[in-house]
Design a protein around this ligand. Structure first.
Ligand code: SF4
Length: 341
């Protein structure tokens, strides 16, 4: 079977890779809804977003563990460019509820179509892998499951509970879909007490109809706001891609909207085009511009900001979680001292 050039939406970068989904199934087109679209030529990436092929022995151990436990990772499904670095440090982002997504975003390389039924044994296998990897911090994401009554919220909660039982010391971060606004879905996940609740806005509101047509910007914002209202101790996090044609004032507006929703952590990374059928890269944002956005975001009050060309939702998530906790403690200390003065 031929390998392909893939790139992640949440994770960006390109390499020839055969995903587990392709190895087990094949023939069916990965994105049937995009097949008739005109081709968008893929631009050559600048030097600052090139990455090395993975060679570290621990990378291969992590890969074997994922295979042995029949786990799907967004790292592979979306061919994240950071996989060599992350897996060499035993950091992988598991993608639950299958490898087929019910949405068809213009930036995303995850397979689309009608997914299989949920696997009731998946929470146990995920928890087992977390325990075996000895993870301090785990990130769990999923495909969109608009076909399910709760959008997959109860399955997310089951995975969180299974990890808590198998690896009580591990902190848990979830990167969820919007659950298609299904009643009670957000509440179900928050009740399971993840440490970090991440939901990506992905892009500026003007580009939603072309880039994220199945979602609504203000509903995603409302979801983040709701999480914080339900449990103010949960860290909230959101991310967006740049280089899709957004303007600087629009990015600033998204930052302001996220602060109004009291979101703690912002991630910003370069969009990379997975295939000729996906949205074209409008431009490559320079590292200096990313540094400028990071400074602006910090000034707006986010507890933590990660903004580099290779930043992805789960990149360095373990170290970032420690920094997030430290930033909250420092803020509370300052607030306490101010109150006492
Ligand atoms: S950045 Fe996230 S998706 Fe990419 S390899 Fe690392 S853990 Fe996986």
């Amino acid at each position: 079977m031929a390998t392909r050039i893939l790139i992640d939406h949440r994770s960006g970068g390109a390499q020839a890779i055969q995903t587990p989904a392709e190895a087990s199934a094949p023939a069916a087109p990965r994105h049937p809804e995009k097949a008739r679209r005109p081709d968008n030529p893929i631009q050559r990436k600048p030097a600052w977003i090139r990455v090395k092929a993975p060679t570290h022995p621990v990378y291969h151990e992590t890969r074997a563990l994922m295979r042995d436990n029949r786990l799907v990772t967004v790292c592979e499904e979306a061919a994240c460019p950071n996989i060599g670095e992350c897996w060499s440090q035993r950091h992988a982002t598991m993608m639950i509820m299958g490898e087929t997504c019910t949405r068809a975003c213009a930036f995303c390389n995850v397979r689309t179509g009608m997914p299989d039924a949920l696997d009731a044994d998946e929470p146990r296998r995920v928890a087992d892998a977390v325990a075996k990897l000895g993870l301090r911090h785990v990130v769990i994401t999923s495909v969109d499951r608009d076909d399910l009554d709760d959008g997959g919220a109860a399955h997310f909660a089951a995975v969180i509970r299974a990890i808590r039982a198998a690896a009580p010391a591990a902190t848990i971060e979830v990167l969820t879909p919007d659950f298609l606004r299904k009643p009670g879905a957000v509440e179900t996940v928050v009740e399971a007490r993840p440490d970090v609740f991440n939901h990506n806005l992905e892009t500026v509101p003007r580009l939603y109809p072309s880039i994220r047509p199945g979602a609504r910007y203000y509903q995603s914002l409302r979801l983040l706001d709701r999480v914080k209202a339900l449990d103010p101790t949960v860290f909230t996090k959101s991310g967006m891609m740049v280089g899709l044609g957004e303007a600087r004032p629009e990015i600033m507006q998204v930052m302001d909207d996220l602060r109004v929703a009291d979101v703690d952590f912002l991630t910003l990374g370069q969009y990379l085009q997975p295939t000729v059928k996906h949205a074209a890269v409008d431009r490559f944002v320079t590292p200096e511009e990313f540094a400028d956005y990071a400074a602006l975001a910090r000034a707006k009050g986010f507890l933590l900001v990660s903004a580099t060309p290779l930043t992805r939702s789960s990149y360095h998530a373990d170290a970032d979680f420690a920094a997030l906790r430290a930033a909250r403690e420092a803020k509370l200390t300052v607030a306490g001292e101010t109150d006492a003065a």
